[in-house]
Design a protein around this ligand. Structure first.
Ligand SMILES: [Zn+2]
Length: 108
């Protein structure tokens, strides 16, 4: 997959497609597809594609338990304000895609 990183929307578009695939994997509880998506994400990072906050959609939220592909919902003491994802989820997702933490069991 070739992404023109000079194109301002290209990165957002790339992760948007990945997010849709992750949502499909969650819907069908397809662990293999999910792992393939993470592999693609890692390889994109290795090629210099940057993570964007929406990459948090890959994982189930550790705060509100929103599933992969779903927006976060307000949780007690963790209001979302204008964000669609909890910051903890974005951080966890970045670490998981970079391989710094193991992937949480994603598909409950
Ligand atoms: Zn959340």
């Amino acid at each position: 997959m070739r992404v023109d990183v000079d194109e301002p929307d290209a990165v957002e578009e790339f992760w948007s497609g990945m997010r849709e695939a992750a949502a499909a994997a969650a819907r069908h509880q397809d662990d293999d597809l999910y792992r393939a998506i993470v592999k693609i994400g890692k390889s994109a990072l290795a090629q210099g594609v940057e993570l964007v906050p929406s990459s948090g959609y890959f994982l189930q939220c550790p705060v509100c338990s929103a599933q992969s592909g779903q927006r976060c919902v307000n949780a007690p003491s963790h209001p979302l304000k204008e964000n669609t994802l909890h910051p903890e989820r974005i951080e966890l997702s970045e670490k998981a895609i970079r391989g710094e933490v193991p992937l949480p069991e994603p598909l409950g």
